[in-house]
Every structure is written in C-alpha cells, then in structure tokens.
Design a binder for this molecule. Structure first.
Ligand code: SF4
Length: 280
C-alpha cells in the first residue's frame, strides 16, 4: 500500500494550477504552428500569430495566457492500493487550488452558488471526478476550463433513429451557434453514449487527451478526423474572424447506452486548452 501525504498533494496541485495557466502545452502550441502554416485567411493567420506570441509571453513572464484562468477541473485516477494520509484528497486538491491561484495571481472565478453569485475569492471549489483504478498510484489530470467555451457547450438526448447523421448534424450545429463566443480555434470534446450525466462527463474527459492524439478505436478515430474536417469547413476561423482553422482538434469518447437512447454531449474548449498531469 503506497502512502501519499496530504501536503504533497497540496504543493503539487498548486504548481499544476500555475503551470496550466502560464505554460501552454506543447500539443496546443504545435497545433497553433501547424494551423498557421495551413490557414488560408490573412486575418486568421494574424490571429494565430498573436496567439503564439501570447503563449510565448505568458511562459516567459509567468503571467496567465488569458484573464479567464478557468474552473479547476480534475480527473483523478486513484489506485485502490493507494492511501492518502494527513487529510482528505478533496480537501488537499482544494487547498492546492487556493494556494496556486493565490500565489500565481490568477483570477478567482468561482462563486458560492448561482443564487448569490458571491465570489469565493480563491477559485475553489475545484470540480473533482474520481476514477478508482488498479494499482497503488495516484494520477491527477487537471484542466483550467474557460467559462466562455463552457457556456457554449450543450447536450442532447437524440433518438436512435437519428443515427450517425443526426449525431454529426447536432455537433456541427453546436459549433455553428458558438461561433466566436467559445474563443476558437477550439478543441471540441464529444461524448456519445452512456446516459444523461455520463455522456457529459465523457465529453469533458475527452478534452484531457492531447491535441493530435486519436482515439484508440479506429472507427472513432475516423469520426474524429471527419468531424474536424467538417468543422474547419464552417469558416468561423481563429477568434471568429473567418478562416479555415475553427478547431485544432476533435475528441470523441464512446460508451454503451440504453437501447432507447442516443445521448450526445459537446463540450467546447477554447484555444487556451490548458491541461496538466502528475502521477505520485
Ligand atoms: S473561453 Fe478560453 S480564451 Fe475565452 S476568455 Fe475563457 S479562458 Fe480565455
């Protein structure tokens, strides 16, 4: 049984929050460069150049790449032979978020509840999903999820008779409605299957995969490629200014569902697609 102390988690989560906001991942940065060389619109190229410059400045000067420093969302893979000592895992994550956002001068965006809309002041609570896995390791996947892109996300219980064409039409309709409001170029996370709540989790989970990484299932990988091409034909472009780069990538996760159901969730991520992973 591996033991991991509460404080070790606090310290690491704090650093993850800072790194996520200052250091755009190599996957997204490489995707910006690739998009810049492929982009057809001059305005689109200019916007992509600004996004690359912005990422460089954030990294060099240790400042957030966007004023919206996001909701801290975690997917935790907790080994069943791993024991957290000195306090609870959820408390450690929240203390780490509070520490990281405070020390890093990162905006606190969380409110106590939508009825009073009072800011908690330290970007907690984090949203934490725990998956129990085999082994004795603890892996934390973190994203700082921007509010604009989250607001333009959607879920629908389609009918099985809608088929794959209905699924694709729905996904494209959500990206079209989002237009510039989700801060493209996007990473489009899609969940297909599960049930009402599981489907939206799948869409969120898909966004934790690196840009450019295809689903292991070749049929799903093909769907990801097809949707990426379709979305980039919409002409929304970088920051909605027109162009051939509306999305950097499309991620699809698929799971079993009821015979009467065809749940589809579209979780949009903006160009500040920030994710970090740490394993203890
Ligand atoms: S959606 Fe993303 S790019 Fe847009 S303001 Fe929020 S974090 Fe920034």
């Amino acid at each position: 049984m591996k033991e991991i102390h509460y404080q070790a988690i606090v310290e690491e989560v704090s650093e993850m929050c800072k790194r996520a906001n200052y250091d755009l991942g190599d996957d997204v940065y490489t995707a910006f460069k690739k998009a810049l060389s492929a982009e057809k619109s001059e305005t689109g190229k200019e916007v992509l150049t600004q996004l690359i410059d912005n990422a460089d400045i954030a990294k060099a000067e240790r400042v957030p790449m966007c004023q919206d420093t996001g909701t801290a969302v975690f997917i935790v893979e907790l080994g069943q032979d791993c024991h957290i000592t000195g306090g609870s895992l959820i408390d450690a994550i929240n203390e780490g978020v509070s520490k990281g956002y405070g020390e890093g001068y990162l905006r606190g965006s969380m409110i106590y509840n939508p009825l009073n809309r009072k800011n908690t002041g330290n970007n907690t609570p984090a949203i934490v999903h725990i998956e129990l896995v085999e082994g004795d390791e603890l892996t934390l996947h973190m994203t700082a999820k921007g509010g604009g892109a989250e607001n333009m996300s959607a879920m629908k219980m389609l009918k099985p008779s809608d088929g794959m064409e209905g699924v694709k039409d729905y996904i494209l309709s959500i990206v079209k409605v989002a237009g510039p409001n989700a801060c493209p170029p996007l990473v489009v996370g899609i969940g297909i299957g599960g049930n009402f709540e599981r489907c939206t989790y799948l869409a969120k989970k898909s966004l934790f995969r690196s840009v450019g990484e295809r689903n292991e299932d070749s049929a799903v990988a093909e769907l990801e490629e097809e949707l990426l091409n379709e979305i980039n034909r919409l002409g929304i472009g970088p920051q909605g200014m027109g162009g051939s780069t509306t999305a950097l990538d499309v991620k699809v996760e698929v799971e079993s569902c009821h015979i009467a159901a065809l749940p589809v969730a579209v979780n949009l991520n903006c160009h500040a697609s920030r994710h970090q992973t740490t394993t203890f």
